[in-house]
Design a protein around this ligand. Sequence first.
Ligand code: UDP
Length: 239
Amino acid sequence: MRDFFTKLYQNTFEDFVLLLEENIKKNIKTFVVTANPETFMIAEKETEFANLILDEKTTVVPDGIGIVKTAQMLHYSVSERISGIDLAYELLRIGNENKKSIYLLGASEEVKEKMVEKIKNEYPNLHLKGAVNGFGSNKDKEFNKIKKLKPDIILVALGIPAQEKLIYKHLDDFEKGIFIGVGGSFDVISGNKKRAPKMFQKLGIEWLYRLLKEPKRIKRFYHNNVKFVFKIRKIKKVR
Ligand code: UDP
């Protein structure tokens, strides 16, 4: 578990956005994993996923408040939350301002279509090279298509860990691109779901809002977040 914390990006959200902009401009391939307690819990259980997290090709940013607070408690230098959804919005902005291209993979057909409309209307200089929903049976085939199109930004919204595994499997075949798994972000950006009110975001309890809105998440929350707390308590005792 400790190894995963050493991978966390240490600077601010603003610094990271500047880094992404620089990488897009210079065609530097970048794979971003936005980490929640769930991310590290999966990596604890699955060697393949742990390797993906620890790979030097992977940049891990602290998405959830649970990761930020725990990292600080364990004396790792971490500044603040860098959430997948905020990064998705920034990438749309950067892509638009720099007339770059994008490919969207994930979410339902309805949400995907709304994303396409949104990009057309609000990010007119962003070249949408393609968009496909996340429920097709052959995502590897889809990725082979993306390879040929060489987009600058690739947003994958399939949920963790499927989105990260898919990106990682194909990453070496790309020469450039900012790759990021953005979970349920398309649902919110498209307007299909509401994001937690600003107050929840500020207090670091966005997760609570999602639990209240979608109680079916409770099991997933218990298995990842609650168990994560116990795991960290053990680590802290050993120190
Ligand atoms: N999804 C998908 N294909 C699948 C399963 C899920 O495209 O086979 C999408 C789903 O529609 C949603 C996203 O993946 O938009 C996962 O969202 P979730 O809220 O579970 O992710 P989180 O933000 O919690 O990581």
